[in-house]
Design a protein around this ligand. Structure first.
Ligand code: CTP
Length: 214
């Protein structure tokens, strides 16, 4: 009997994360989650198994995916590190909150009648953690760059041990459309797509299918 090949199982991160100052207020960003959810949908349509780890967004998880809701960066990191070993690869589209207050205040921070300073520290890097535990798995990151885009994206690819990085710019945040460049570890651009995020997602998955399916 012919051996049936196993479907690719992919981990996808999406949406923003939040870092709380107190029990009510948080730092975050305007990520809608659209790019990640569109990639999840395109991967399902391609016959892949999808594990979606998402920060808070207003979208519904695509039917058929394994969905994990998270809020903070630490929760996203924990979920991803637990789920990645059972996947063949990861596509990290999440707009992770890079800083968190040194201390989270219990209850509600009171007004003090003047300026306040909040000391912040970097959050953990979810993608870098996955990149360094990848072994035979493949890793695709996203890079949001305002200056020296290609140079910075390539540095990010190397620092986070990615196989590919998808370069886009800050206008992508919260938008319906995007314009992306896919860069491999040699620094070569191997794909370039613009238009609705749903279409870019299909093109990206179709490109990946040609590279990761055995
Ligand atoms: N990323 C992550 N965890 C973080 C920061 C980023 O997993 N704490 C991931 C994003 O999901 C994306 C990639 O790393 O796939 C690059 O994110 P980006 O925001 O472009 O870069 P940063 O690493 O945050 O660096 P900088 O803000 O200095 O450009």
């Amino acid at each position: 009997m012919p051996k049936l090949s196993q479907p690719v199982r992919v981990l996808i991160t999406a949406g923003p994360t939040r870092e709380y100052l107190d029990d009510i207020r948080y730092l975050s960003n305007g990520s809608s989650g659209r790019m990640g959810y569109a990639i999840a949908q395109a991967a399902l349509q391609a016959g892949w198994e999808v594990v979606l780890v998402s920060g808070p967004v207003e979208l519904s998880a695509p039917p058929g995916c394994e969905f994990h809701q998270v809020i903070t960066t630490a929760q996203m990191k924990d979920a991803c590190e637990r789920l990645f070993p059972a996947c063949q690869g990861v596509i990290a589209t999440a707009a992770v909150c890079d800083y968190k207050p040194v201390q989270r205040i219990t209850g509600k921070m009171k007004k003090v009648g003047g300026p306040v300073s909040i000391q912040m520290i970097e959050t953990d890097d979810v993608l870098a953690g996955l990149g360094h535990m990848k072994e035979t798995r493949w890793v695709m990151g996203f890079a949001l760059e305002a200056q020296n885009p290609r140079e910075n994206a390539l540095q990010k690819l190397r620092r986070k041990n990615c196989d590919w990085i998808v370069l886009n710019n800050p206008t992508a945040i919260g938008a319906e459309e995007n314009s992306v460049e896919l860069i491999e570890s040699s620094g070569q651009t191997v794909g370039q797509w613009s238009g609705p995020k749903t279409l870019i997602a299909q093109q990206l998955i179709s490109w990946l299918k040609g590279h990761v399916e055995s």
